[in-house]
Design a protein around this ligand. Structure first.
Ligand code: GDP
Length: 438
């Protein structure tokens, strides 16, 4: 995410390395480089100018007050200004009403339907009774797509495939949700390839008919300034409440994320970083600014982990580790849990300093496949007692998994080392300490 912008900003800060005082450097030239980095990232020109003017002023004002290296001071100032540019703090959605009605709008392909599913999933996990509504009357596949998602996450989907009147469908859906005691209705509307009158009018009419408490506008962040312009055109007509930025996983520049708030004057509320239902986060401007500057985002990482890991399971696992009973089945389970945290490269990028380190490395959730296929080719007994896996068993497992014997050997060796590490850890913890030194 935002890799090219991150590289360029770091390039701008690099010239400050080794400089003792801020008076030693030319503030103007550093600021100019930062501005160029932002412009290259497809940030709106006016926005880039405004933000770098502020950075410059701050640097001048603070140079006498702060006894830190100019590099650190600049990074801090830029972090603060980018945070302010993106709205300062995270904004919540308004879910008033019974049921609360949320309207989702955006161009075709922006990720509207996927987001509707993710948002429903997110609310369901909070114990809400959610209903999804397929109000796209032009693309029959859109209804099926939403139904498939609904089934996957266990949320009811309201659709009327024969009805061509989206306003009517939306109204019926809200009435149905009310009678079924649902607390939130999410209406996925039709999108077109470009902003057009028919689509605008239709969404406007749906808005009038069902009075949503929240209208979210979905944009594909990879389209940069086009995303910003589309959002502006829609907002002028629809006066929506918030923006959802999608496909940030594929966005190396970050222009939409950085400019949309300033240009449209509406907050970004959610960001999506992958196709899976879990790849959704609340948009936190400060955390985003840190990630853009390569400082990682440990808070989001911990939150993702908390959502993905089952507490009971974690406790059981902890016990197994302590008693040295951790086997290959548990290992397989752990891989499943990690995958649930979402797009692996994105998750790893949240570790400070890791983003830059892995930027050219090909990491995907498929990276676990060889390991998984090897473990899955083992019998239950082999998984729980890897010691019994002799030469002939290794050969059978390798053939079954379609991997080499070498890979099977490596996996078993690594697992063995992991167990040794755990044993050491256990010995070091209170109660076990004495044992280690005996
Ligand atoms: P809609 O036409 O606006 O409803 O768009 P869809 O929800 O059908 O999404 C269009 C495509 O983008 C689909 O292939 C989605 O899987 C994909 N997509 C949606 N959100 C994301 C995201 O955050 N990251 C990535 N990589 N793909 C996404």
């Amino acid at each position: 995410m935002f890799q090219s912008l991150q590289d360029k900003l770091n390039g701008a800060f690099k010239t400050l390395k080794g400089k003792g005082k801020i008076t030693d450097i030319n503030i103007a030239s550093t600021v100019k480089e930062i501005r160029r980095a932002l412009m290259d990232a497809d940030v709106n020109y006016k926005v880039a100018k405004e933000v770098t003017d502020k950075v410059k002023q701050e640097a001048i004002d603070r140079k006498v007050m702060i006894a830190v290296e100019p590099g650190q001071l600049f990074v801090k100032i830029v972090q603060e200004e980018l945070t302010a540019l993106m709205g300062g703090k995270a904004e919540t959605v308004n879910l008033k009403g019974s049921p609360a009605v949320v309207l989702i709008a955006g161009l075709q392909g922006s990720g509207k339907t996927t987001f509707s599913g993710k948002f429903a999933n997110y609310l369901k996990k909070q114990g809400k009774q959610v209903m999804l509504v397929a109000a796209d009357v032009y693309r029959p596949a859109a209804i099926t797509q939403l139904q498939v998602l609904g089934e996957q996450i266990g949320v009811d989907v309201y659709a009327e495939p024969e009805n061509k009147d989206a306003v009517n469908i939306a109204r019926n859906a809200v009435a149905e949700a009310k009678s079924k005691g649902k607390s939130i209705v999410i209406v996925d509307t039709a999108g077109r390839l470009a902003v057009d009158e028919v689509m605008m009018t239709e969404v406007e009419n749906i808005k009038k008919a069902i009075s949503p408490s929240e209208i979210l506008f979905v944009v594909d962040s990879m389209t940069g300034q086009d995303a910003v312009n589309t959002a502006k055109a829609f907002n002028d007509r629809l006066d929506f409440d918030g923006v959802v930025l999608t496909k940030l996983d594929g966005d190396s520049r970050g222009g939409a994320a950085l400019s949309i708030r300033a240009v449209v004057d509406k907050p970004v509320k959610f960001m999506s970083t992958g196709e899976k239902m879990e790849d959704l986060d609340i948009f936190h401007p400060d955390r985003m600014a840190s990630r853009i500057l390569g400082m990682g985002d440990v808070i989001s990482l911990v939150e993702r982990a908390q959502q993905a890991f089952d507490e009971d399971e974690a406790r059981k696992l902890n016990k197994k580790m302590r008693e040295n009973n951790f086997d290959l089945n548990d290992f397989l389970g752990q891989l499943e849990q990690i995958k649930k945290m979402g797009n692996l490269k994105d998750v790893m990028g949240m570790i400070p300093g890791m983003g830059a380190a892995i930027k050219d490395v090909d990491i995907s959730n498929d990276s676990f496949k060889p390991i998984e296929s090897i473990i899955k080719s083992m019998t239950p007994k082999e998984r729980s007692q890897p010691d019994i896996i002799d030469g002939s068993r290794r050969k059978r497992i390798a053939t079954g998994a379609g991997r080499s014997i070498q890979e099977v050997n490596n996996l078993l060796k690594q697992f063995e080392q992991m167990k040794k590490m755990m044993k050491k850890f256990n010995a070091m913890t209170p109660g076990g300490k004495a044992r280690m030194f005996r």
